[in-house]
Design a protein around this ligand. Sequence first.
Ligand code: SF4
Length: 285
Amino acid sequence: MEKLVLVGEGVFPITKNVNGDNIVEEPQTGLHIAGTIQGEGKLVGTPSLFIRLASCNLRCIWQMEDGSYCRCDTSYASFHPDVKKTWDTDDIVALVKHNIGEMEHVVITGGEPLLQKKGVADLCKKLKDQLNVHITLETNGTLFDEDLAAFVDLYSISPKLSNSVPSADKLNFYKEEESGASKYHHEVRKNIQVLQSYVDFSQKHNKDIQLKFVVGKHTDSTEIKEDYIQKINNLKKKDILLMPLGATHEQIEKSNPLVLQMCLQHGWKYTPRIHIDIFGSKQGV
Ligand code: SF4
């Protein structure tokens, strides 16, 4: 049986354990029911359960237009995946089964889920075979695996622009030591071959795909166009989304005018981050 290392809240938000018994603590949403809404992308607003995988091969720290910094909003999964637990994939499926209710969507996120691709493929196969749920895979687009891709319905890819590179100044600001992932972030973050594999696979196997770019600087549009869109064959405009940089409502408000202007100028789609508007920037929602 395959195992997976989950981090933070693991499978969330839930109200029942693997045996189907009630959990005493309420979900972080403050609601007396399992589930939350997908806050971003094409499926925004869709009732979903989330599964968060530990660890990431990148260390994103962005700079906003006003010069301030903004770090990965799930640093507990990427920079410091300390609160982690190893699960059998059967137990994760049991948690989903007891908590999914009338929901039909499961979102696999991280960290970077592809770092545990064998276990994630096993999990997705079981979720499909036993529960037939819609699966979204959230990835940074640096890794691809056909066996896993075959079980996923929506590839939600967030390729990282040069503004995400964790420079020495940025690491100092967050009092972070340089690590392997931060040192090689600039080399690893952009992989056109991998992105092309997702686009080709999605078209061949009739899967949905979205490329979600996090935007915080006016120079980002040129980079999106020249370093990504012009280099990926058969990428459709409807599958390109821009998302405002920010881990808080205030930061998102600051980024919004820039992002909206870019969307209108290039005909790209805007995606909100409504989970931050509704629940704030807490974990497990
Ligand atoms: S790729 Fe995603 S999870 Fe990894 S550090 Fe960047 S924002 Fe965080």
